[in-house]
Design a protein around this ligand. Sequence first.
Ligand code: ADP
Ligand code: MG
Length: 710
Amino acid sequence: MKNSNGGTVASEAFGCRTFSGAVMRNYLPEDVYRKLKLTMERGTPLDPAIAGTVAAGMKKWAMEHGATHYTHWFQPLTGSTAEKHDAFLTPTTDGGAIERFSGDQLVQGEPDASSFPSGGIRETFEARGYTAWDATSPAFIFRTGDTPTLCIPTAFVSWTGEALDHKTPLLRSIQAVSQHALRILRVFGTHVGVSQVITTIGCEQEYFLVDRAFYDRREDLRLCGRTLLGAPAAKGHQLDDHYFGAIPERAMAFMSEVEQRAYELGVPLKTRHNEVAPNQFEFAPVFENANVATDHQMQIMQLLRTAAEHHGLVCLLHEKPFAGINGSGKHNNWSIATDTGVNLLDPREEAHTNMQFLVFLLAVVRAVDLHADLLRAAVASAGNDHRLGANEAPPAIISIYLGDMLSDILAQLEKGAPRATKKGGQLHLGAHTLPQLPRHSGDRNRTSPFAFTGNKFEFRAVGSSQNIAWPNTVLNTIVAESLDHIATQLEKRVGRSAGPARLESAVKGLLRELVRQHKRIVFDGDNYSAEWHAEAARRGLPILKTTADALPALAAKSAVALFEKYGVLTRRELHARVDVNLEKYNRTVGIEARALVSMLKREVLPAALRFQTELGHSVGALQAANVDARETKAQLEYVVDLTGRLHRQIEVVEHAEAHKADSPKTHAEHVRDRLLPAMAEARALSDALEQIIPDDLWPLPRYAEMLFTR
Ligand code: ADP
Ligand code: MG
């Protein structure tokens, strides 16, 4: 299949260990191959009669690659992936064994579902859950060490058919976008030959690398993936000398292993570079259709974690491993395209004449304006709260950056017909030997949470450890609603077989209304500034600072109606997600609190007491020698004071952690208002102690070591 840039989708180009493209053709009879290909590329419903033949081909191929087992591979609400392996060999009564992998085994599995979070959908006494083959995402062979396993992407549902995973609603939301986008194409007469509209995703993944030896000595990193205490190092990223710098050798060896493994899996990694913070890096793939891109994104995270171990490193995917240092996100580049390869968010040459582009653009603007709270809720997690709250990632306030050119066109639309596209102009590089580059008119604004970047939107608030299926499900659903609204309006105003003049005036009229109603969500300025926060409040945009504030939006009646209307999630399924995420927030912070207390009691307090003793001896020795001991005594008093306060603050944290609330929601509020502030206070005391306790007494690796050891 061609992607929207006209290139071949990379999973086929690399396809040695994925059941797609040429591999599929070699292992399947021609007619079956064609049918499966149609399902994968054009979304044609799968013919159940071919499952047996596909299973046989897949098994043959997998066994030739050394696989002895297969697994249905799925994405439960834990946020990670799940697998349970079954052998191809089945023992027979005569002591032998036969190879078996039937169509039924390919199409459906029945893992014991009782231990996966379901948010109350599936009671444990009806623990059955089913996995169902997703024929649109290629099966792949994953190597764990040297052991290859055939992995079959599947959806995971309860016995009532309710979604227990992230893939099912994502697929439903993609369908909703397609249905309503097609209606708009029909109005413009550009639908010919298009059988579905797809959403495309290319996700930039940021991460940290830390030396394994340090990681092993930090309980917080091992249990929570982030440091719960740690005084700042003298150097952070003030000098901006890491960003795009030369990649250190060990990191490069790691990256090249990840890339090698990724290509085997058909995951098209494309760029690698140093990020802003010390020891922070990034990978980005070539974009693909949303469903496959999501599966591949999960594989990338797994590869990052496992490959790091081969290089004496640990890969931290947490959103904020180090306080005061830039956190990690996932820039979710997203667009809509026809399955014939037309990117519907590409303005082409003269943006103002491209009415259809403007319609799709404003559909997204309208969606984000009406449902900014849902987008915020879709990226809410304990980890991401640390990132969205600080002036380094986009703020928790969702707004859209369009850039000069488009903002100008919108202003013209509002007044009447747009006359001219602001030309990008030339960039003067100040050196005659360099070519003059045309200025990209979608220039960069790194502070915006949702930026138009020339031919796609970049949703930057997504957390680095998150499964991207959920934020994209929410994004697709709100966009589907806007496309539906706009399609209905256009169908009404244009009618059937309207001439171009009628079409143009109807579109212009509608665009003008949309700009008037939704321009408040557009903000091209500095999202970090205090003025913007005040301005956003004036504009009535939702300001949802924490997960506890953000998640309830998804449980609102209006949200339920929206998700039900587009067939993405039922009330129960949506509420389940809210509950699971609230519980996850509560449990995550609970674990952090207990790990913090444990480290403070076992490591920090004993070090502080030893230092007190040393200082005490020193004061005694000085006094015995009749030397002025005032400075040393003052230092001793300072340490005694900090230690005493830390002692008491640990009790405050323990008390807050032990609190029991009636519901996940009220507990989340308690976590936000009591537990997290208590932990921050304890940390501040510990960090103050760390800054004066000598190296031979301080038991933990320090920020300077973890961040600057390459
Ligand atoms: P930057 O860091 O400048 O934002 P990168 O090149 O690191 O850019 O990442 C851009 C990402 O956007 C890549 O993964 C790329 O494949 C993806 N992308 C490009 N076009 C589209 C599109 N039409 N739909 C979705 N993603 C896209
Ligand atoms: Mg980017």
